[in-house]
Structure formats: structure tokens, C-alpha cells
Write a new protein. Structure first.
Lengths: 236, 236, 236, 236, 236, 236
């Protein structure tokens, strides 16, 4: 991604990572955090869709073992999934006990970021926060942006769109973000293809091309020197 | 399907089986359970759309006689259709007396899974649970996922979409599932064709192709070595 | 239709007969009942859109004189149109006095089916039962299915869709039926063409083709050995 | 139109005359009534959109002078436009004083039909009766059908659709009518063309073609021996 | 326009002038009034979107100086914009003090028309009257039609549609008007083109073609002898 | 832009600057203000989406250092983002303490314009003012237009539309503005292209072409002598 973004996501940017089901959004976000850890940048992963235990298992399948970083205090999972219910949840350090209350969630995220002096934050997914209350979408994203950017973090907000949706998550959300990365999975002549495009990114001269990518057992590999052309043609 | 999924649906995955009317979703789910029985994996079929007696008749038409397995205590039908009304219903072991109350249903399913030590569960259909309350869809799927995955089951949730609908059951549902298998029935030049595609499947490297399939008197046969190409072309 | 359905609609199936205005749904249903009478199968026609007197006149125009069968007690019209108001209505045997109340209608239909020991039932149209209350559609169809199938009848539910609608009557309705037959009327190069397709039919290996048909003064003639191809091509 | 309808609209049929703005619906209806008068069939024109005085002027521009027929008591205008307000309205014989109350309108129409022993009725437009209450559409059309058909009239209900609307007036309305005639005005390569098609007509073998027509100073001329082909092709 | 309308808009007609933003509707209406003044026909311009002072400035830019006509008492601006607030508004003769109250507006318009014995009226725009209350649209247009036609005026109602809207202002509005003139601005291969078409005009044999037009510093010039063909082709 | 607008935006015009996410609307507005400063025209930037501090940083990245102009009292940022909360906000001169109350905002903007004798105003974005209250959109834009035009300012209202939206911000907004400039970002064969078109501009003969533009580290460069043709073709 570095070649495509001309040096990575600029500091303090809040980026919307938008895509349909199965496009690899969660993996992308986890890889962003793990790369940060390897480069010495503390990170926080806020999970709203999956059990924290399951998330660690999924990450380890790509070779991303976060346990040592959790022990060193430079990585944390914020559990906004279990509401603290269940044995495994009791072992989590950061738990949002009322995941339906956005202010509670924001408080726990802020605490985690400060404790770790985190530089990278991923919220998977931000859509969960307003799926039954679409009028709140812009407000939620604006508050996250103020908080995370104010804390000095570079952030990815995972935005789930329907498989038939060409937008990025609604007008309020699309314009509030500093950047938009779109992941796509398209069926062409009976075969599924993965591609991504950086639609917007403040503060950097990003690639203006759509690039193919693959998900292997080591995570996402983007082909920055190839252009994925078929999609537009197939659509119109 | 094993070639297409590279070894079957990974353990504990909750898979959305999405398709329009007449695409073969119920048959697919029943075959998944019957194959499990033959391999020694206990299974539970939760029926919300059809009388349990009729379901057993339908299965037997494909040569899938579940009576011996029911007697051995490794297969069960959960009747969420009759509400216990009628003579035949009185002979059922697992009956959801208030099918409109999701918690009641979940309790009966849990009990059946524990009694049988079930490894496979099919819910036919999950759409019935929120057809008049679409705002609840994501919550229902998330709770099923927590419960079934927590019990160690590999599950198929049948998702009914309209014949004109290209989505898989709505944004909340599509993203909550660990996997999505789509069954299609397309009319091309006056002829109906069946095909399926695995859109998403956590934990395995599945086929990225759309495959033709047939429904014969032995059930579903998927042609894993053939690609069904006409559909995309005909659509755009 | 027998060749297309490979022996007719299987016993106890509840079939959705879906089509736009002018596609011949009522004629199809009446012909289904009249063929039954000729083969010795008692039948019931539930009319919600037309005066029973007018229905008998319409049928006689195709040479289908039902009076003798009514007298023999093997055919009956259930009048869910007049609410018993008017002279002619007083001569009807089966009258639904509160056509807006579905339970009342169901009671009268059940009584008629039992009296005649009916094997075939047509409801023209089922759409009328929920046209102003779409949320009830699935429930109505499910109840009809339980009742009619339970009584041993093979049934046709006429489903009216708009001329521009490609669906069969909504997701709840499409999936609840055991079979779907779609009648179409398409304008191609300034000429109207009739065709039908069996989209789904449990318990039989039906034709997977779209067939042209005609309405003559003897009723509907389906060309089971011809395929109507132009429609798909003209649509995409 | 007689060639196209194979002898005219069958007796007692209630026909929906559907078209966008400027397609000639009012002229078609007026010509239907005037032809009736010339053939000795009394007629009633129910106007909801235009002042009765203006309607008579418009008709006279096509050479259709209805005054002598009004004096002979075989033609009448039912004024459902002015509510009886204004000098000119005071001279009208049939006035609906509460045009928003459908039962009042129905009573006046019934009275006029009986007084004149009318054989033909045109309601211009029926859309006005439910434009702000679409849920009532089917009920209004069904009541008109029962009343007018019961009185022995052949009727035309003018149905206004938007210029971009391909339907005939909504599902409830389309299926309730005995016949549907559609008037179209299409722009092709910068030129407007008029055409009509009979989509449905109970009790007659009508033309299955789309025919061009013109509006001259003598009214509508339909070219029954020509087919208008360009429209479908231009649309798909 | 005279060639296209075969002699101008017929007397007492109420014409809908429909178009997207930037299509020249206001200029067309102002030119219609100024041509009337030059031919000795008094006129009234009802402004709802622009300050009366600004309107006079805009008209003078095309060489249409209305001041002398205002002084002679054969032209008037009805100010339904300022509600009488501001210095400039105090100098206006016809002011609608409650522009949100349609009856007030109608009264002022009636007074102005009677004072001037106006023959031409333009309402710019009628859309403003029901933009937040679409259910009222037909009623507003019908009342204006009764009032203006009753006063002997030929009128233009400016109807604003969205840039993506192909209709003329909604079904109630489209059918209520005696005529419809549509102005379009289309982008074809990176260039904007202006064209207009008369879709409907009672009482005259208007052009059935789409004509290109230009806006110069002398107002609108329509090319009645040229046809604008590209649009339809580019659309389908 | 001067060549395209034939001399710039005419004095007192209120222009809608419409575009999807990532099209460069904010940069366009900032450049408009900075050019004014260089030409001696005082300007006001009203920010609703971004922290004032961040806005100054963003502008400086294009070489637009506004600090000296702020000190000279000919440039001001109106902070309608922070509500005065936070250390940095305390240093701002013009703060809207209740950004949700439109009248408060209007008062602060008026004060700033008067203090600076501002000639140019940019509101980034006007969409924020009615995103959850679309019925208010036209009223908000009309009030801004009256106020800003009345104060003698030439103004740009940034209008955010969704990436899939072809309109400019809704019918009420599109027609209220004196001018419309549209910025686009289109993906063609896997590459993103920027272009703009002036759809409407009162008081000047603007270019009727779509022009390509680029965003470099010096801001926006429009190629007034080139036409961007691909877009229309790719769309239809």
C-alpha cells in the first residue's frame, strides 16, 4: 500500500475503509495495525462484530501473533462485542459494557489510546454503530474523527456496504472522512476478482488507479504496478 | 462442494445460504446435514417454513432417510412451524411453541444441539425470523452466530431473497456471517440455469468461480470443474 | 401443461400463479379446475375480483359449462366478491359475508372443500387479501398453504403483479409456495407475445424452458415443444 | 378502433384508458361517447379536471356538437369540477357538490345513467379520485366497476400516469379493469410519435399490435393496418 | 416560438414551463411577458425566488426595460419574495405579505390582474408553492388554472425539476396544465446543449419536434427549422 | 477559471459548488478566497466540517498562508465546527457556539462580513446545515442568498453529494442558486479523472464545456482549452 499511498496514510488522517461482504476489510485493518506494531507504533483494535478471542485466532492464521505485543502494552483489543458476558470476556482488559451507547464506547477507546500511547486505531466496524439509526451516521463519524485525530492517531473506520451498493457508506460519512479506500470483489465471466482504489486521501498524492490485490496466507498483497481495468467496463 | 470449499465449511463457521425462490436452498441444507450424518456428525434441522412430516418426506425423495438417525439420537428436526398444533406435531420431540418469540426458539435449538452433541445445524429459513421486522435482522443473526458458534456447531442459515434481488439478505446480515454461498436460477434465452458461487468463507481458500449445478433425484451435484460464465455477461 | 410439468402439478402442492394484467391468470385457473372436473376431481373456485355470475359466463365462453358439475355437487364457486349483496348473490351457496376478514373466508373455503371432497382449489386472487396490508402477505399465504394442503387439495393462488414488476409477488409469498408458474405478456417490436415459465415446482422434474402460449376460444394452449427466447434478450 | 378491438369494446366492459400527459386520453374518451351518440347510444361524461363549459368547447373544435344531444336527453355532462360554484355551473343539470366524497359522486353518476338510460360512460379522470389517497385506488375502481357494469354500461376510466411511468395506474387498478388501452407519446430522434396498444380486453380477440395514431381536427385516427415498432427497440 | 406553436400559446391556456436548473425558464417567462407588452398586452410577473429589484435588473440585461410599462400601468411585478421586508420592498405596489399562504398570494395576483386588465401572467416558480408539501401540488395548480383562465389570462407556470428528473413536475401537475413546454440542458461529449420541446398544447397544432435554442444578450432564440436529435439517442 | 467563467463569478452571485467525496470542493473554495486576498478582496471562510487550525494547515500546504491576511483584518475563519470547545478554539475570533442553530450561524457570518467588509464568502459545507433535515434545504439556501447577496458578497456554497448522485443537491437547492459549478471524479478503465463543468451562471457567458483539471501542490489547475469527453459516453 505504501507505493499506492505515496508513503502510507498521512498522520492523524481518519480513513473510511469501505467495501461489501467478503472484500477483506477486517484483514486490511488488522494488517495495518500489525505493520504498525512491527514498526514500533502502538495500536488499538476496536471489535464490534467478532469475539476478541476469535479475532486473535484469525490474525494468527496470517502469522500475526499479537499476544507478545499485548503483553508489552503496545497493542490492545477493545471488546465492544461481548458486553463483558462470558468467561473469555472476563479476561479482556478493555470492555465496552454497553456497546449500544456510543459515548461509553468512545470513553473506553480514549482510555485505551491514552494508556498505550497508540498511534494507530481501527474500528471494525463503524457501520455497526448506526446501522439501525442512519440519521446518526454523520454525527458518529464526526465525533470519532475529533477524538481520534485530537489524540494524534491515524485511524481506519471499517464501513460495511451492501454487495449492490456503489456508495461508500452514505453522504454524511463519505464527506466527513479524510480519506476513502474502497475494496471490491467483482464477478466477471464467472470469476471473482479483488481490487482496491484510493478515492480520496488528504495530504498525499495517492495513486489514481484501481489496483488488483490478493489475500494469501500472509495477508493482503496489493499489485501497485498493475491496473485493474475490467470493472468499469463491465459495469456501464 | 468439498473441492469448491477446499475441504468443506470450516468448523464453527456460520454460513449464509442465499438465493431466490426455487434455487434449491432447502435441498442444499438438507444434503449438508445428511452428509454429516453419513460421516458421523450429529445434526439439527430447524424448520420454520414447512411441516416436519413434509420435510422428512421431501428428504426421503432424495434417498435421505433420516428416521434411523433420529432413532439413534444423532439427528433431530426442531419444529418451529406448527407451534405444536395438530396430531403429527404431538409426536415431535423439539417443538417451538411460540415461533414468533426468538428467545424461545433459541432455547429449543440450544437444547437440541446439546442433547445430540450436534456438529451441524441448518435454520430454514432465518429470513422468517425478521421478515416483518427488518431492523432486527442483524441482531438475530448475531445472536444465532454467538450461540451456534459457541456450541461448536458449523451452521447454515438459509436466507431468502426476492427473485429480483442481487443482495444476500441486507447489509447487517451479509457482514455478520462467516461465509456466504449464493444459489442462482437464471433465465437465459428462454432456459433456466442453476449456478452457485462462494462469495466469502473465512478460514479456507475457496473457489473464486461460479459453478453450474443440477438437482437430480439424488440431490445437488455441483460441477466443480466447470465455470458458469453466461450470467454476468447477460446481466450487465 | 402436463408435458411441461411432467405429469401435472403434484398432489397437495400450493402453486403461485403470477403475472401482470392481461396475462391470462384467471383463464389458466379456470381451465385447471375444468380439466379436473372432466377427470373426476371435484373443485372449488374462490372469486374475489368478479361476480360469480360473470365468472360462469366467462367460463362458458371457453366451452366450460360448470352448471352440471355444480348440480352434481362436485364444483362450487365461493363468492368472496358480493358480500351477499344483490339478488344474484342470494342464489349462491358459498358466500363470504365479510370478505375483508381472512378467517371468515378461510372458514367458508374449508367448508366448501369438505362438502365437495374437493381435490383442486383456485383462489383468484390471493393478492386481493393483502393488497393494502403487504406485511400480512406471507402470513396469509402460509395459512392458506397449511389449510389447503392439510385438506389434501392441489391449489393455485393467483398472484397479481404490476406490469412493470419482475418479481412474483414479494419475498414472503415467493418462498412460501411449493411452486411458481409465471405468465408473461411482452411487447416486442410493436407486437404482444404470451409465454409462461415454471420457475419452481416441488416434487416433479418440470421443464426448465419458457414456452409460448395462446388464448383461443377453447382456452389456453401451451406449446410445450417450443421455446420462447426473445424475452430475456430484449430485457437485458 | 373497431378493427383493432374486433368490433368495439364488448358490452358492460370497464376499460382503463391509460397514458401520460398530452397523449390524447380526453379526446379519445369524448370521441367514444360521440360515436355512441351517432349510433343512438346515450352517454354520460363525468368531468373532474375541466369546466363543463370548456369541455363542450373542446369537443366542438373536433366537430362534436353535443348540445342537440343534451337537449334530446341522450347525452349529459356530470360536473364534478366546479362543486356548483360559479354562474355557468348553475346551468348544469348534474353537479357533484362534494367532489371529494366518492359516494356522492357515485350517486350523481348513477342518477344520470338511469335518467338517460345511458349505454356509455366516461370518467375523466378516475385518477383524480385517489391521487392523494393511493391506498383507495383499487376500492374506487372496484366500486365503479360494480355500479357501471351493473347498470349495463360500457365504460372508460381515464387513468393518468406520469410521463416516465410505464405502468397503467398501479397494481390494484390494472387488474380490476376488464380492459386496458394504453396511449403513448414517445420522443424518438427529436420527434414525437403517437401510438396505442390494447393490452387486455375481455370478451374479444383484439389486435396484439401497437398502432400509430394521429390527432387531427376531426379527432383521433388510428392506423389499424400499421404497426408502430420503434418504441420497444428504443426503450430496452 | 410562434412557428413552433403555430401562432403562439392559445388564449386562456395555462402552460407548465418545465426544466432543470440553468435551462432558462425565468428568461423564457420574462421574454413571454415583454413580447406581450410590445404587442400591447398587459402582463403580470409573480416572483417567488428572486428580489423584484434583481428581476428588473436581470430583464434589463436582455434589453427588456419594464419601467416605462410599469409606469403606464400595463406591467406589474407581484413580490412574493420579500414578504414586504426591506427598503426596496416598500416601493413595490403588489406585495404578498404571507408568501407561505397560498390564498393570500392568489388574492394579490387576482387584484393585480384586474387592475392592469392583464392578458399574460407568469408565476416563477409554481414549484415554490408546494416544494415541502407535494400532496398539495395538484390542488395549487388547479386553483391557479381556474383563477387565471377565469380572468381571461394566458399563463405560464414555471415548474422546477431536478437535473436528473425526466418528468415535468409530478402526475397531478402534468395533467392539470393545458400545455407543457420543456426546456433541457444536456451534456453530450463534454458539451452542454440547449433544446426545447412542446409536449402538449391544447387548441393548436404545435410542432412535434425538439428544437435547439440559444440564450444570447437579446434573450432566447429558438431554431424552429432545426431538430435536435442527439438527446434521445444519447439517453437510451 | 477566469477563461471558463468569462471573467470570474459575477459580483453578488451565490454559487453552488457541487461534487462527491474527494472531488476537491474544499480546495476550490479556499483557492477562490486566496485569489481574492491576492487581488485585495477581503474574504470569509465558514468551516463546518474541519477544525479551523487544520484548515489553515491544509491551506498552507498549497502555499496559501492566510495568517498575514488574518492579521491585516482582511481574512477570517468562522469556526462553526468546535462550538468553542477546546484550547485552540478559544483563540478563534469568530465562533458559532450553537452550530446546530442556523440563525446563530447567520448572525456570526453577517458580523464577520461586516467587520472585514468582505467581498468573498465560502461556506464549507452548506449541506451540513440540513443533512438531517432535508425539508429545510431550500429555506437555508434562500436565507443565505438574501443575506450574502444583500451584503454585496460573491459566495460559494459547498454542496456535498453522494458518490453515486448525479444531482447537485436537491431540487430546492439547485434552483435557488445563481450559479452551479460541478466537480467530478470518474473512474474510467481503472483510472480516476477529474473534471468540472459550469452548469449555470447568471450574468456571464460561461463555457458550455466540461474541462479536465488537476490538483497539484499549488492548488487546482483547470485546462480551459481542453474538453473532457469520456464521461458522458461512459455513463449512458
Amino acid at each position: 500500500m505504501d507505493e499506492i499511498l505515496n508513503g502510507g496514510i498521512p498522520r492523524r488522517n481518519v480513513v473510511l475503509l469501505s467495501g461489501g461482504p467478503g472484500t477483506g476489510k477486517s484483514i486490511f485493518g488488522q494488517q495495518f495495525l500489525y505493520s504498525g506494531l512491527q514498526a514500533g507504533e502502538p495500536g488499538v483494535l476496536v471489535v464490534l462484530e467478532e469475539h476478541p478471542v476469535q479475532v486473535r485466532v484469525s490474525m494468527s492464521q496470517f502469522g500475526w501473533d499479537v499476544r507478545p505485543y499485548e503483553e508489552k502494552g503496545i497493542f490492545a483489543v477493545v471488546d465492544a462485542f461481548t458486553a463483558g458476558i462470558g468467561e473469555a470476556a472476563k479476561r479482556e482488559r478493555y470492555v465496552v459494557r454497553a456497546p449500544d451507547d456510543f459515548q461509553t464506547l468512545l470513553d473506553v477507546v480514549r482510555a485505551a489510546v491514552k494508556d498505550l500511547n497508540a498511534r494507530r486505531v481501527v474500528i471494525d466496524s463503524v457501520t455497526t454503530l448506526y446501522i439501525t439509526k442512519p440519521m446518526l451516521a454523520r454525527g458518529v463519524v464526526m465525533q470519532l474523527k475529533k477524538a481520534l485525530s485530537g489524540l494524534g492517531c491515524t485511524s481506519i473506520l471499517v464501513s460495511q456496504v451492501s454487495v449492490t451498493e456503489r456508495g461508500f457508506g452514505g453522504p454524511g460519512v463519505e464527506h466527513a472522512a479524510d480519506g476513502i479506500i474502497r475494496l471490491d470483489l467483482d464477478e466477471i465471466d464467472g470469476t471473482l476478482y479483488r481490487s482496491l482504489i484510493v478515492w480520496k486521501m488528504r495530504g498525499t498524492r495517492h495513486s489514481m488507479r484501481r489496483h488488483p490485490f490478493e489475500i494469501t496466507d500472509k495477508g493482503i498483497t496489493v499489485y501497485h504496478d498493475r491496473v485493474f481495468k475490467s470493472r468499469t467496463a463491465g459495469r456501464e
